[in-house]
Design a protein around this ligand. Sequence first.
Ligand SMILES: [Zn+2]
Length: 286
Amino acid sequence: MSSLREILHLQLARFDDDAFAALANRGLLRRARKDLEKETPEIVEESSTRIVMRFGGQRIEFDSRGPAAARCTCPARFGCQHILAAAIALGSMAPEATGNAPAGAITTTDHQELRQPLIQALLDLRPQTLREHSGKAGYRWAWQFVQDLDIENDLTLAGERNVVITFRHPPLSFRYMGGSVDALLSNADIKQIAKYRVAAVLAFQRASGQACTGRTRISRRALRAARSTSSCGVPACPRMRNAGAGALLERDSRALCHSRCLGARRTALPAGASVAKNRRPRRHAA
Ligand SMILES: [Zn+2]
């Protein structure tokens, strides 16, 4: 069982400057870094459910939801330099005070290793969870929004150590470094952000070949089949198709296979990669 510090350390290893800026803004990020030159945040309380740090005369509290859900005692309503500074400092500490890793070390430097669990976590998000986040009406809106997307032209998937999902219209990006749905950080402060977050998850799932019915589940067999294939071609994944697996396994494997390809290539969907384009859900999930 991972300690909270390990969970947060892994999440923070996936934060790059763009991700930190998305927690507040670039001005506050610069300010936080400047403040860190003068003062070092310290952990004043640590338990299995929360870590409290002190910095700049404020108390900053983290739980397993990560920095996006951190709270600070200062009056700022959204993100502040204290949370940013505390998060940067926490990310640079060894996961365990008595651990072998030297302070400042990220225990894994393999971006793919950091990113793969995020891809799986996004694919695993179920409609029920998404509905709870955005409400039924928000979920219906998001579902329809994603159905109307031209996946090849309206959506870009990127990121190196995290997952970045970008819509063309409206021009909106979400960064995912792990945690719950509300940990998807947007590049803009817009109204009704929850339904756009849900749309980002559904669009990611659709681009990965997973129909947005909420009925597709990646089986353990599919997972093993996809993992055992060293490489495959987006979009058709002929290796998978020719593997002689059943239709369900093929579909699920391909969904995972494509997500692996996306992860491996760290790139937007290539032209012609619209796997899900011709696969409409069998029924409306509303
Ligand atoms: Zn603050």
